[in-house]
Design a protein around this ligand. Sequence first.
Ligand SMILES: Nc1nc2c(c(=O)[nH]1)N[C@@H](CN(C=O)c1ccc(C(=O)N[C@@H](CCC(=O)O)C(=O)O)cc1)CN2
Length: 293
Amino acid sequence: MTARILDGRAALAEIKTDLRARVAALAEQGVVPGLGTVLVGDDPASTWYVNAKHRDCAEIGIRSLRRDLPAGSSQAQVEAVVDDLNVDPDCTAFLVQQPTGLDEFAILSRIDPAKDVDGLHPVNLGSLVLGEPAPLPCTPFGIVHLLRRHEVQIDGAEVVVIGRGLTVGRPLGLILTRRSENATVTLCHTGTRDLAAHTRGADIIVSAAGVPDLVTADMVRPGAAVLDVGVARRDGKIAGDVAPDVAEVAGWISPNPGGVGPMTRAMLLTNVVEAAERAARGGAPADRVTAVR
Ligand SMILES: Nc1nc2c(c(=O)[nH]1)N[C@@H](CN(C=O)c1ccc(C(=O)N[C@@H](CCC(=O)O)C(=O)O)cc1)CN2
């Protein structure tokens, strides 16, 4: 068996086409969505991600507000930039690129929840826990979108998520166990005693551990969908969590690069446009976060 491809680049291109039209419709009402980013330091991967986000914005007509701070910037300096973006009327949504090496909880808590395009503010994550509408964190939202786009069955599926980080594993578990997704999720992590025993029973495996070749063919049930969110580097190139031989066993596989990464960007753009559309409708606060699927 050779696995079929969960193609994130194709999905991103399709989503951009849709969003470009929606941004044009907003422009006719005099509304221009503006995405702000805060980047601390010069980590090459983070810089690439932020550059890519602004390239995407330019392609679909979203205004860019870029705040790059030098390495070694203090907590107070980053928080001052957050405060500025919170009140800048041109900035309809923004994010702080992670990791910053600073107190992330304090930074995230300082963002205006109505402008929190990553869905990582405690109020928005709390809404997800409570089953209330909220903008969804971009990578998990993108994973669900990619599975749906390829009609991989989520309802009733046994899903193993590897990694309990804030941007992927934890929120993905919350999203997939909502009634609307209805999956059964096992969240594995570095303390899991026998990872293979869990993955072998899974219909869907999502690995976000950052350990190259962690998931091997013998750990995968034939026909399962395997999504690789690993971003470790070897010789400057991405070394994903999923070993190449998994493609011979899996039914579906997300390439890396070209799978989940582009979906993260697609969902970021979606969250920016949806937030601007809500604002243009003049929605009441409770109605302002409709990104739940
Ligand atoms: N504030 C946030 N910080 C981080 C997030 C996040 O969602 N919000 N997620 C990751 C990084 N990330 C977005 O910021 C991201 C990861 C990957 C890609 C992407 O398009 N990757 C390409 C390949 C890129 C390369 O060659 O290096 C791909 O997979 O094809 C975009 C965004 C951590 N921080």
